[in-house]
Design a protein around this ligand. Structure first.
Ligand SMILES: NC(=O)c1ccc[n+]([C@@H]2O[C@H](COP(=O)([O-])OP(=O)(O)OC[C@H]3O[C@@H](n4cnc5c(N)ncnc54)[C@H](O)[C@@H]3O)[C@@H](O)[C@H]2O)c1
Length: 406
């Protein structure tokens, strides 16, 4: 959270250009903070998905609308099916109309996909396939996942308080390359006639450079420390990765760069997580390390994510899944999705004031003692998804203008 608040200007605007529409750009000249009449307008595609997805998206949409209106922003929302919901309605996990709507919008906010009902489906008819197709279709190559231990929830971490307290890490994961997409891949047989499975870890200089640039920009807006994680003692793809990151470092002299082997990084994240500020790594290492980092915080229901592309809309979603075990029971923690909406404002639209409003409202709601079941502890007030949303709305509304917070 603190990390997000320390990012006053939009990364997207900074390195990838603003997503503001033509009408928005014209009107932006007249913008004033906390204006009651909208001065900027954005289209947002909402993808509620399955399980608890619709519950948390409904709450996050209201929070986004209110925070936006207090900052003179107007949203046009379009809800589209994805995942199991799309399979049931249309027969495919990512309908063309959904991808088209997402591509045309300024940003995409997703809930979660998946559920027992579709678990036995063939691969191309699985909800998860729809999510992979969506990420590929939007070209979102950089995945940003903050792992911040909030002071109010420090006891939720499985680590000792003195180790967990103050942890504030941003993992920047390459999302569209590496071994998950590299070719050749497949099954075959070796010279002994045994079955084999094989994949290819491959990165080009341009792929490394673009993710590294994102990470340098993120790091310079945080505490100015970037740790690049690789396996350059063994893998050629990692040797190239390290060489390019080292070369790019000369363009970001305000960022202190270090390199770490992935096995050591996995260990250091548990031993002394506070040493990390921003981590950049490839697709497979990032998959594993970002899950490990998120667990330092102890609460999957609190963690947002942003996936950004070179010039199109970004995809913003909580890191949790569809939680079928609690779906439809008003038990879901909506804060991860609400914080994803804050990332959408910060990184997707270049609206840091509105993002700060949401982050401050979440902190305020936690300060007032409201907790969903996943983060509940003695002495706090247990609430459901809807009530948590209402309390965040109350905090957004009563929140002082951002200028007064600085
Ligand atoms: N990005 C995504 O949409 C995504 C990510 C992971 C898993 N999935 C899918 O979700 C389904 C369930 O997967 P899973 O059980 O492994 O992971 P999950 O994240 O859905 O749930 C893991 C545990 O965390 C709890 N939980 C998750 N989110 C919560 C929230 N907001 N508030 C309170 N508790 C929460 C759940 O109740 C469950 O006990 C599967 O079909 C899986 O493929 C989707």
């Amino acid at each position: 959270m603190a990390a997000l608040q320390a990012n006053p200007s939009s990364l997207k605007t900074l390195i990838l250009g603003s997503r503001r529409s033509a009408t928005t750009r014209q009107r932006a000249t007249f913008r004033c903070s906390a204006s009651p009449s909208p001065s900027r307008s954005y289209s947002i595609t909402l993808l509620p998905g399955d399980g608890i997805g619709p519950e948390v998206i409904s709450v996050a949409k209201d929070v986004l609308s209110l925070a936006g209106s207090l900052e003179g922003i107007d949203f046009r929302f379009q809800e589209m099916p994805v995942g199991g919901a799309a399979l049931d309605a249309i027969g495919v996990p990512l309908p063309e109309e959904t991808l088209e709507a997402a591509k045309k919008s300024d940003a995409v906010l997703m809930g979660a996909i998946g559920g027992y009902k579709w678990d036995a489906n063939e691969k191309h008819l699985k909800p998860e396939t729809g999510l992979l197709m969506l990420r590929a279709g939007l070209g979102v190559f950089a995945n940003l996942r903050p792992a911040t231990v909030l002071p109010q929830l420090v006891d939720s971490s499985t680590l000792k308080k003195e180790v967990a307290e103050g942890v504030d890490i941003m993992v920047v994961r390459e999302l569209t390359g590496g071994i998950y997409f590299g070719k050749p891949r497949g099954f075959g047989s070796n010279e002994k006639g045994e079955d084999v499975g094989f994949n290819t870890e491959i990165y080009s200089t341009s792929e490394v450079d673009r993710i590294a640039r994102v990470a340098f920009e993120v790091a310079r807006k945080r505490r100015g420390k970037l740790c690049s994680v690789d396996k350059a003692n063994v893998l050629e793809a990692s040797m190239l990765w390290r060489k390019r990151v080292t070369m790019l470092a000369s363009q970001f002299l305000d960022v202190e760069v270090s390199h770490m082997y992935v096995d050591n990084a996995a260990m250091q994240l548990i031993r002394n997580p506070k040493q990390f500020d921003t981590i950049v790594t490839n697709n497979i290492f990032g998959d594993i390390l970002s899950d490990e980092a998120s667990m330092l915080t102890g609460s999957i229901g609190m963690l947002p994510s942003a996936s950004i592309s070179e010039s199109g809309p970004g995809l913003f979603e909580p890191i949790h899944g569809s939680a079928p075990d609690i779906a439809g029971q008003d038990k879901a923690n909506p804060l991860a999705t609400i914080l994803s909406a804050a990332m959408l404002l910060q990184y997707g639209l270049g609206e840091p004031e509105a993002a700060k409003r949401i982050e401050a409202a979440v902190m305020n709601t936690l300060d007032r003692g409201f907790r969903t079941g996943d983060i509940f502890s003695a002495g706090t007030t247990l609430v459901g998804c809807k009530r948590m949303g209402e309390e965040v709305l109350r905090s957004v509304d009563s929140h002082k203008p951002v200028a007064a917070l600085k």
